[in-house]
Design a protein. Sequence first.
Length: 483
Amino acid sequence: MTIDLSQIDPDAVKVVQRLRRFGHEAYLVGGCVRDLLLGRKPKDFDVSTSATPPELRRLFRNCRIIGRRFRLAHIFFGPKIFETSTFRANPREGEDEEKGEATPDDLLIRRDNVFGNAEQDAQRRDFTVNGLFLDPETGHVTDYVNGLADIEARTVRTIGDPDIRFREDPIRILRAVKFAARCGLSIEPETLRCMVEHAQEISKCAQARVSEEFFRLLRAGAAHRSMELLVELQLLPVLMPALEAWRTGAAAPGMHPGPLREVEDAEPSDPSFTETLDTGAEPAPDAGGERGADPQRLWSYLDALDQVTLGDDGAPSNAVVIATLVMPWLYPLLLPESGVRDASRPILGALRPFMEQLRISKRDAENTRQLLLVLRHFIPSRQPARKRPPRINNRDLAADLTWMVKVIAKAEAIELEGLPSIEPPEPVREPVGLSTPSAPRVAGGLSPIPTLPESWHRNEVRPRFLGTGAFGTSIGGAWRYAD
């Protein structure tokens, strides 16, 4: 099994070389080594070294130390970030155990800053396929955990006892699903059994970590297979019971009439759209027709999301992932011929479980709400007369809308040529009368000072403009300094 060294980022090699030049051990580790051995293109490169975080800060000016539970360094090369960690040992064998923080019934790792050597670092990692160390200069792979054999067998296996590994960090259960789905690997039977047995342990982890891993499962072009594994291993009811109920047809997305900021604190309820929706108009008899809400269409939308993701040079946002998950049920209500004049109520009802159970951020919830509302103007209609779709001036919303239009077109077997076009955002216009001289930047890297019209320096009514600048804002003809 050989590695193509030309696939390694040269800046990652520079990080390793500089560490070695100052007397430290350093290797490429983790997913990049696994992907190189599997013939996949790594999306990022991680480094493991004997240098401690303070030593890394001294060696690299372009370095930032992050983390509390697991302190590591981010080394920046332009837009690229190389995550660099110090060799760790098993924290349960260190001083935390002596202080009595861990018990036989509670193996959850709360601190992971016990330093060790390369072999100890490999032994404390989660899966054998992620415990390999690569020398980027020679291409030699150091294997302390029998990971090369599992790469050959295309198997996900924990390092050590899976019962202990999943109790130490239950997020590893979701990571096993991610690697199996993304890399096309099988899960070793004993590892699989312990994943099911300790599924409820996921609730002990910080919700932010759980939510981030959930979205990672669906953002990498393997959403369909990831969801299949979540269902097979009975993990979906643990992560998001509402989505499992929607998928099985036991319930429809509920709704809440209040504004989005009130949804997070509302009491749970599970009425269907048809029981609670007050639209002010009766839906058309053929509103859904063959497009009616069908829980099995979730798989069509996940397939479509995978196809668009693999064909694009990026990853979908959280808003696109959430919209894809709720679209099989919202699609009939967003159709122009559905008779639903106010779609905000069912949209809020569909987003509410994501806020209550996944604890998504309000920003993601608001971005998803705006995305679903504007989608009504881009879904094909059977009505002959239709207003022109609005111009989207928010660049992030326009990008998300482009993703969702492609996903809907594939999931609903619609030709993209038949969809309304998304007009690009209008260019930002400079305020009239305000010019910036083409002078070079002054010392200290400050931008040149804008030149104000002569009339603005006199005590007279000045032209109104929006926005703030270095000097302030013009409000109602009076010049005031910005706060």
